[in-house]
Every structure is written in structure tokens, then in C-alpha cells.
Design a protein around this ligand. Structure first.
Ligand SMILES: Nc1ncnc2c1ncn2[C@@H]1O[C@H](COP(=O)(O)OP(=O)(O)OP(=O)(O)O)[C@@H](O)[C@H]1O
Ligand SMILES: [Mg+2]
Length: 338
């Protein structure tokens, strides 16, 4: 059967859906479409035997559910989408009986539990953040397969849970226990993990209760108890505490000053050492220069005496060494004679 999206888009304009905080949407419908159901986020209208249209109170809810439906478009678990507008989605009509109704007169068999576990696996596989669903949103179809509706809350979540809380709670005490028994048999590791989380959940509930009780007792008595910490009403005690406080301040300030002085003197010493080293270096250089000057003058004198030209530096050093050797051997001769 053909779905005429343009015609449907015109018809939607005759439908007003308003969302509220904690009740189902309110609907004004002047179109010819029949409403077949509604919830907190939208109202659903029959288009024909094959398709229905969900009109949302808020466009974000529409975008979110459209995204969630598109994640599962290659599975058989979700209704097929035919067209989408800003505030509506035209999707496949889901038939069959929802599990809330079904379980009222039928048992929860191991086969059905198996299908529910497979549904959770598919949710995980297609990328749903919350792999959980209420039993009234799960439909058992004539051929025995499952289909789920209302998947908007499975994506774009801040809070997610590590086990299917909503599904388990919605099953009620008896069926929850039976379903868990089936999980234990079919997937023991998964069962252990769920038990672990359920146990922690119970503990956190108990801790919260305890904290609430404690807080009450504390609030009532704390004011009275803190009186023992007060000091200003007793003048002697007040003075003693004040004195102690001021002494502490003075002590701290002295330490701070001492540290500052120490730091300054270290810096001064460092400066002095650097200067001293520089001066030493300069003195040494000066000495070297003078010595070299002396050498040059000595050689120049000698060359003057012998009417010779001043010699090259290398030559002058050689002469100086030879002279020194001569002088030394003269000196040795004199000394040996003695
Ligand atoms: N694809 C569908 N085929 C047949 N019926 C549908 C379909 N989608 C929704 N419905 C009917 O419309 C009702 C409301 O739809 P739905 O649960 O998606 O609305 P909702 O506002 O998102 O609900 P909730 O408050 O749980 O979020 C359903 O309970 C069901 O009866
Ligand atoms: Mg919903």
C-alpha cells in the first residue's frame, strides 16, 4: 500500500500535541485520522492498515526517536520508518499483543525469555545506550517474533544502567524471578553480572537510608554540641586563645623574615664570588701581559746594543732561553768552583 507522505504532512497541521511534565500529552485533533494511542511524548494515529503516525509534543523527542529507529533499520525488531517531519514520524503499524497483556493470561516460558535476551543483544549491537524496555512496549507477534515500539529513550542518555532494570521491574516479582532463573540457565555469566549489580543497588539503597537517618540526628543535635567549641563568652579563655593565636602569627612572621634575610645574603655572596673571580682573572691577564712586555723590552735592548733589528717573537723567545741557559751554566761554574 502506498504511503503518501506529502498528504500526511498536510494532515499533521490539523493535529496539536502538547507535552507536560508528568502526564500524557494533550491532543487537539481536527484531522480525519483516528488516534490509536498516546503517552508522555506523543500521540499515535492510524494512517492505514500498514502504517501509523506518531506526532510529538517536542521536536527533540521526534529527532531522538527517529535516530533510534534508524539505528535498528536493518533488524526485524523495530517498526519500519516511511517518512519523517519536524514533529512526526510515519512508521509501520505494529500488530500482535504486548507482553503486559500477554503475560496476564500466559506463562513466561524459557523460549520467551530466550527471545527477550536476544532482544537485549540486538539493542546492544545496534548501539542503544539503554538496553532496557518496559514489557508494555514489547509486542509478541503472530509468527512468534518480538517487535518493540517507543525507542526514543534508548539513545542520547546521560544515565544508563548496566542491567535491564525497567524490564525486570515491569515483569513483577514472580515473573522477574522466573526470568532470572531462565537467564541463570541460558547465560550464567550474564546472570552473575546482573546479580552483582542488583546486589550493589540494594546496598546503595540501604546506605542512602542510613545517611538520611544520620543526617536527621546530626541536624537536631549538632547546634547543641558545637557550643562546647565556643570560646568568646569566657573572657579568660578568650584572652588565652587570642594570645596563642597572635603568638603563632608572630612566630610565623619571624620565620618568614629570617628566610628572606638568608635569601638576600646568599644572593650577595654569590655576587661577591663572581666579582672576586672576575678580578682574579683580570689580575692574571695583566701579569701575563706585563711579563710579555718585559721580555720584549729585554730583547729590544739587546738588539739595540748589537745594532740589530728587533727580532720576531719566536726568535726573541729562543734568544731568551739561550741567554738563560748561558747564565745558568755561568752560575753553575761559579758554584762548582766554590
Ligand atoms: N508502531 C506502532 N504500531 C501500533 N501502535 C503503536 C505504534 N507506536 C505506538 N503505538 C501505540 O501508541 C501508544 C503510544 O505510543 P508510544 O508508547 O510510542 O508513546 P510515548 O508518548 O512515547 O509513550 P511513553 O510515555 O511511554 O514514552 C502505544 O502504547 C501503542 O499503543
Ligand atoms: Mg516514549
Amino acid at each position: 500500500m502506498e504511503i503518501k507522505c506529502k498528504e500526511i504532512a498536510r494532515e499533521v497541521k490539523k493535529i496539536r500535541v502538547r507535552k507536560f511534565e508528568d502526564k500524557d500529552v494533550e491532543v487537539e485533533n481536527t484531522s480525519l485520522l483516528e488516534m490509536i494511542g498516546k503517552g508522555r511524548q506523543g500521540a499515535v494515529f492510524k494512517i492505514n492498515e500498514q502504517a501509523c503516525m506518531k506526532v510529538y509534543g517536542e521536536v527533540e523527542d521526534c529527532a531522538r526517536e527517529y535516530y533510534a529507529l534508524s539505528l535498528g533499520k536493518n533488524t526485524d525488531l523495530l517498526p519500519k520508518v516511511y517518512c519523517k517531519g519536524k514533529n512526526f514520524i510515519v512508521m509501520e503499524m505494529v500488530y500482535g499483543v504486548d507482553l503486559r497483556e500477554y503475560l496476564q493470561s500466559n506463562p513466561l516460558t524459557k523460549e520467551l525469555s530466550y527471545k527477550l535476551i536476544q532482544m537485549l543483544i540486538t539493542f546492544q549491537k545496534i548501539g542503544y545506550e539503554r538496553i532496557d524496555h518496559h514489557k508494555r512496549q514489547i509486542y509478541l507477534q503472530e509468527d512468534g517474533s518480538l517487535k518493540v515500539i517507543d525507542v526514543g529513550r534508548t539513545v542520547w542518555r546521560n544515565r544508563t544502567y548496566p542491567y535491564p532494570r525497567k524490564l525486570l521491574q515491569s515483569l513483577g516479582t514472580e515473573y522477574k524471578a522466573l526470568f532470572l532463573e531462565h537467564v541463570k540457565e541460558l547465560a550464567p555469566e550474564l546472570y552473575d553480572e546482573w546479580q552483582h549489580y542488583m546486589h550493589l543497588e540494594e546496598i546503595s539503597r540501604q546506605v542512602y537510608q542510613k545517611l538520611q537517618e544520620k543526617q536527621k540526628i546530626d541536624f537536631d543535635t549538632l547546634r547543641k554540641q558545637t557550643e562546647t567549641l565556643l570560646t568568646t563568652s569566657d573572657s579568660k579563655l578568650h584572652y588565652k586563645k587570642l594570645l596563642g593565636l597572635v603568638r603563632k602569627v608572630v612566630k610565623e612572621e619571624r620565620v618568614r623574615e629570617r628566610m628572606k634575610l638568608q635569601k638576600n645574603s646568599n644572593e650577595l655572596k654569590l655576587k661577591y664570588d663572581k666579582k672576586e673571580q672576575k678580578m682574579k682573572k683580570e689580575r692574571k691577564e695583566r701579569k701575563m701581559k706585563n711579563h710579555e712586555k718585559d721580555l720584549t723590552e729585554t730583547r729590544e735592548d739587546k738588539s739595540f746594543e748589537t745594532n740589530q733589528k728587533p727580532k720576531e717573537k719566536k726568535e726573541r723567545v729562543k734568544i731568551y732561553i739561550e741567554d738563560s741557559v748561558k747564565e745558568h751554566s755561568n752560575y753553575a761554574r761559579i758554584y762548582n768552583k766554590k
